[in-house]
Design a protein around this ligand. Structure first.
Ligand SMILES: [Zn+2]
Length: 71
């Protein structure tokens, strides 16, 4: 059987930030969406198999969809 293995970043979550944040990409002032994400090794670019990074917290701009990592 031939397996195509790759890596893909998966993100999930739809919590809104309690505060308004100014997006440094598009300049919009909005409540951002809080997401968690991880890098996975995937099969056929679809099926996540093994996480290869720790969980990352990030926020996503609702206007331009730019993502910013939170520390
Ligand atoms: Zn933005």
């Amino acid at each position: 059987m031939f397996l195509i293995v790759g890596t893909k970043f998966f993100a999930w979550g739809s919590e809104k930030t309690p505060d308004m944040i100014r997006c440094s990409n598009c300049g919009a002032l909005a409540q951002f969406t809080e997401k968690s994400g991880m890098n996975f090794i995937t099969l056929f670019f679809i099926v996540p198999v093994i996480p290869i990074s720790g969980k990352k917290k990030m926020i996503e701009c609702p206007n331009c969809r730019a993502r910013f990592q939170m520390d």
